[in-house]
Design a protein around this ligand. Sequence first.
Ligand SMILES: [Zn+2]
Length: 343
Amino acid sequence: MRMKLITFAALALFMAGCTTIGTIPPTPVTADNPEPRTIWLSEMAAELGWTYVEGPGAYDYTLSGPKGDNVVFEAGSDIININGTQWRQERDAFGRRRDLMLPESTFNFVCEHFGRYDLVRAPKRETSPDYVLEPIRPLSEDKPSDKPKATSTVLQGLTICIDAGHGGTDPGGIGHGVQEKDVVLPVSLMLQELCEAASARVIMTRTSDMYPELDKRCEIANNGKCDLFISIHANISPTDESVTGIEVFYNQNSEPAALFAKALAGSLHTATGAVNRGAKKDPRGLRVLEKTKMTATLVELGFLSNAQEAKLLSQKQYQQKLAKALYDGVVATWTRNRASVSK
Ligand SMILES: [Zn+2]
């Protein structure tokens, strides 16, 4: 009896010294949803149209909304802090180079918390996980070798939105066994690295095999107050397999976009030797060119319907060449026409 009292007293004392921590409900695990899903913080920020930075602590990341809201995550911890209130996640956040892997239930919870019910994800439908778990490492260990430092300031002040076309259930065009979504994502991620190394602020509409709606892609770019928008695609010619080359579309009414498109087509042609089909006024009213409020282009990297070009487009080396060429076009645009594209 006495033992019980002491235990009780100790527990009461312990409880009194603690602040209560709310628990985020985990995504239910069912036959349809066998693995708890994850989401990258970078994706989460892109979906919300928010930004994130490292800090304030050594292993912390702060996600910030436009109205002063913030959510602080810590690598290796299951505690998050939403506007000063602590919540316990389904499980720990995993740190990776300048990014964090979080339970998807956390993303859903944060969206609901801020009234963004439109972003809440349905439970998992696929059977295999779409991520690879990495061991927890303190982020400070990553810093010397792993984190690419900005090596130049040539894109300082630029905010660019990179939109990898299609994704998830939408493969885009398919030719000679190559899916468009599998070409445009790696090129987009390579372009992101190059732009960040040149001190640009980069906003991605997707960084994994997922499909954001077209309107959402525009919203992400508009909310991010981007100066430039580049949507990356590959082409299909339904009737003629011999057609090859690069083309870049821009909004009919935007003179800066015409110049941006021309710079991109030119640098892609120079780097790859592929046919330059030119910078063209968008004849189709493409949503991402109509609804984005900044200087916007849509790049077609080549034709998947052509066997030779499909093979090239699937090769990492060629993808790197394309990304570098896109980067060169961005640099040319930012250094020459900064005044007309800058927000
Ligand atoms: Zn496409």
